[in-house]
Design a protein around this ligand. Structure first.
Ligand code: CTP
Length: 403
């Protein structure tokens, strides 16, 4: 993709060399626009060598190709790092007295800024008001971080490390152009728990890893994802923490999941039910802990069926919605995973069903997975063996291709 990197006059400009390097390594066509001040910190030959593109600072260069607006028009994203107080003020006012200024006015692409300045300048009401203006126009800001500054003083004002800016840029690029851009996805992950009494529950071994990977794969393709997480551990959820594209709703029981899913489903394009949902629950939960004394040697629990959420979603599907089920199967003698998956997809009425084989040492709590995807014509439309990320990628690619 075509990425413009604006560099303005701060000492942190030397760190932006690394940002440019990372973007080039990703295969992007990177065009650096330094301000004249920025060139006092890092020289033009460095930017040219590292970006592998010619670099100019003046609106009067390459006039025949209308360079002063062409870069902005072509850009898939513009990132300004470091963004000084002066540049932020110019951006807020819409000034265009240099090539970076004209580019920023000419672009319709997402803009990311990484401010860097002394704490006093950052905290000045003028800078804060300018930042508010930029954010209200949809500019994405990363940082500044608190830490040691050039003068030996410390406080908020340090530019965020280039690796983190790179992550934000990669995310914004994926959002703008992916196959699922503009789509809303609902993904469920983990396993529901049915309470027995205040201290016990009936649960299952689902870790939520596969569902979380599906949410991430959809987000990488530009979708906005609501992830309903049923008892997913903090370590697994950490993968999506702070991800602006993924909203997490944490729930416990099948009842909770049904409520959350039916609240979100009407407004989404795709539903992926990756959660392992309990099929049975207690008709009444004991209010006090069941003691051995009260059980008298044998404890009998009578369970009632839970609602089939997936079938409910299929029955109330909104037009154009794609609904995908999951199945964790233990095929018996003479049965195959595909055969079981076909039967289950028909029973559920989902558009696609992703099935994997599970066992004591298979599927759960493992990183490796084997997934087959069945469609409404009983055809195997994808089959993958790999990490849960690989299987999620293949499933999400299949869903996108069919929409
Ligand atoms: N599912 C659901 N609500 C339930 C049970 C399951 O929405 N009460 C969904 C799961 O999220 C999954 C799919 O249905 O996407 C298949 O789940 P599974 O437990 O394999 O289906 P069951 O109908 O319970 O089949 P089985 O009798 O094989 O357990």
């Amino acid at each position: 993709m075509f990425v413009v990197v604006g560099v303005t006059g701060g000492i942190a400009a030397y760190k932006t060399v690394q940002l440019v390097r990372l973007l080039v390594k990703d295969g992007h066509d990177v065009h650096v626009i330094p301000t004249d001040d920025a060139l006092r910190f890092v020289g033009l030959p460095t930017w040219e060598a590292i970006s592998r593109n010619p670099v100019t600072t003046s609106v009067h260069d390459d006039v025949a190709r209308v360079r002063h607006v062409a870069l902005g028009q072509q850009a898939d994203l513009v990132v300004v790092a470091p963004a000084t107080a002066n540049t932020i003020a110019k951006m807020a006012a819409g000034l265009a007295d240099d090539l970076l200024g004209t580019t920023l006015l000419a672009t319709q692409a997402p803009v990311v800024i990484a401010p860097a300045m002394h704490t006093e300048m950052w905290q000045h009401p003028a800078t804060q008001a300018n930042v508010d203006t930029l954010m209200s126009r949809g500019v994405h800001m990363i940082g500044p971080e608190a830490g040691e500054l050039t003068g030996g003083d410390s406080g908020p004002g340090r530019m965020t490390e280039p690796e983190r800016i790179h992550e934000t840029v990669a995310r914004e690029l994926a959002r703008g152009s992916g196959e699922a851009a503009g789509q809303q996805w609902l993904v469920t992950a983990g396993g529901t728990r049915e309470p027995i009494d205040p201290v016990r529950f009936i649960g299952n071994r689902s870790s939520g890893r596969q569902g979380v990977e599906v949410a991430l794969a959809a987000a990488r393709r530009g979708a906005e994802v609501t992830l309903i997480a049923a008892n997913v551990s903090p370590e697994v959820l950490a993968q999506v923490a702070g991800d602006p594209r993924i909203r997490v709703v944490e729930i416990m029981s099948t009842d909770d999941l049904e409520r959350a899913a039916s609240a979100h489903a009407p407004s989404v394009d795709v539903v992926v039910m990756a959660a392992a949902v309990a099929d049975y629950r207690m008709p009444d939960v004991a209010h006090e802990k069941i003691t051995k004394e009260s059980a008298e040697g044998t404890l009998r629990l009578e369970l009632v069926e839970t609602t089939d959420i997936l079938r409910g979603l299929v029955a109330s599907r909104v037009e154009g919605q794609t609904i995908v089920g999951f199945a964790a199967e233990t095929p018996g003698e003479g049965e195959t995973l595909v055969g079981r998956a076909i039967a289950k997809r028909r029973r559920k009425g989902a558009d696609l069903l992703a099935a994997n084989e599970v066992g004591w040492r298979k599927g759960f709590e493992q990183d490796e997975n084997h997934l087959v995807v069945i469609d409404a014509a009983d055809a195997v439309v994808a089959e993958v063996q790999g990490t849960k990320r690989d299987t999620a990628e293949a499933l999400v690619a299949t869903i996108c291709a069919r929409r």
